[in-house]
Design a protein around this ligand. Structure first.
Ligand code: PLP
Length: 421
């Protein structure tokens, strides 16, 4: 079937993500992908400037990942993880425990980022329930985003975010500004005193709030949250689904950059190098021990059918191999420096509120909501795939991007910004 045939026949039936189906522009049919490039059905080539929602850190179809997945397909594509074990999941869990700091040693697999956060929240709530304490609320932050399921929507920004229609219809929300200085820490300390015994934990995206607007904060914020969590006996959950696994360049994980050990970490997206869906919720020894009991009900009652899918785990092990054998962190730092240089001129363009770069994340923020379709169309004309949202045009390129790729991406971003002014 040609692209125009399958597209025309299927378009009435595919319900698109985050899309007003009545008015949205038609999506672009993609025929194939390789390295940095997407080849569209009409033959055009686009550089992917956002790594398919921040996942394809090694680019598309890296031969090492492809070979691992192919081999797994031929031996054991999938087997349930309840009562059965397979090498890829056990190897991956051991490797993640080795990579993460301290005693973050206990890995629970799932199949999407939202579910990994959902599991983290359930783990935290049950950690307290197992001790006879009913604590099912979470502290979360303005600008935060942690997924689209009911529980995860309850820890997203209720006003700014895309879930504002659900405000008041979710788990009770406790949302505050991130503490950015000593005064912010003191104010939060006071607030937490008032919630004594009600909160299970604190959920935060460490160092970069992604889908809430690509907003950065400093290690101080995370260190303050660790102090407050300790002082008020709360569990600290770092959602590293966006920034974890090399995106920030200085270390594999944001918690390492901040020098803070959370109680629970969530990972997904780059975990398989964007090849297959897989996610992980990793807990410290103390959390894991909170589930060890003679009471069967104290077990973690969660078990997605496809958890620890063998092909997903094979892809993730191959992805971790690539972090060892290819200089991804060095590449992320080089991308960062180039983004700094090449996005800086956007600061002087009309309509630009801020230009910021952290690791391999480059952001142009406008002084108003961005006309996403128009900006995106200009970037496509420049041979680059970007998907602006809210008031930002941003890039999160695959970490394999070379200098020419980044130059094309930043040129497209500047051209789109100029057009806006
Ligand atoms: N947490 C963070 C920080 C994210 O950026 C995302 C997705 O963008 C999620 C959770 C949800 O992940 P998924 O879309 O795989 O459910």
């Amino acid at each position: 079937m040609t692209a125009s045939e399958w597209y025309a026949r299927g378009r009435e039936h595919v319900w698109l993500p985050y899309t007003q189906m009545k008015t949205a522009r038609a999506p672009l049919p993609v025929a194939s992908a390789q390295g940095m490039r997407l080849t569209l059905a009409d033959g055009r080539e686009l550089i992917d400037g956002i790594s398919s929602w921040w996942a394809c850190v090694h680019g598309y179809r890296h031969p090492h990942i492809e070979a691992a997945v192919r081999q797994q397909l031929e031996t054991l594509p999938h087997v349930m993880l309840g009562g059965l074990a397979h090498e890829q999941a056990y190897t991956l869990a051991r490797r993640l425990a080795g990579l993460l700091p301290g005693d973050l040693d206990h890995v629970f697999f799932s199949d999407s980022g939202s579910v990994a956060v959902e599991v983290a929240m359930k783990m935290a709530a049950q950690f307290w329930l197992n001790q006879g304490q009913r604590r099912v609320k979470f502290l979360c932050f303005k600008g935060g985003y942690h997924g689209d399921t009911f529980a995860t929507m309850s820890v997203c920004d209720p006003d700014e975010g895309m879930h504002s229609l659900f405000k008041g219809a979710l788990l009770e929300q406790v949302v505050v500004e991130l503490p950015r200085d000593a005064a912010g820490e003191a104010a939060l300390d006071e607030l937490l005193g008032r919630y004594c015994g009600e909160l299970a934990g604190i959920v935060v995206e460490p160092l970069v709030q992604g889908a809430g607007g690509m907003v950065f904060h400093d290690p101080f914020t995370l260190q303050a949250l660790r102090r407050l969590a300790d002082a008020h006996d709360l569990l600290l959950i770092f959602d590293e689904i966006f920034v974890g696994l090399g995106r920030l360049g200085d270390a594999m994980f944001a918690c390492q950059i901040a020098g803070v050990q959370p109680d629970i970490v969530t990972l997904s997206k780059a975990l398989t190098g964007g090849t297959l869906p897989l996610a992980a919720t990793i807990a410290s020894k103390r959390i894991h021990e909170g589930f060890l009991s003679d009471d069967p009900l104290h077990a973690l009652m969660h078990g997605p059918t496809y958890m620890g899918n063998a092909m997903g785990c094979a892809a993730a092990n191959a992805s971790l191999d690539l972090f060892e054998s290819e200089p991804r962190l060095v590449q992320a730092r080089a991308i960062s420096a180039q983004l700094e240089r090449q996005l800086a001129p956007a600061r002087d363009l009309p309509g630009v509120k801020d230009v910021r770069v952290r690791g391999a994340i480059g952001v142009i923020q406008f002084d108003r909501m961005a006309p996403a379709d128009r900006l995106s169309a200009i970037c496509i004309d420049h041979g680059v795939w970007l998907r602006p949202f809210r008031d930002v045009l941003y890039t999160t390129p695959p970490l394999i991007a070379d200098e020419d790729d980044i130059t094309r991406i930043t040129s497209a971003m500047i051209a789109a910004t100029r057009d806006l002014g």
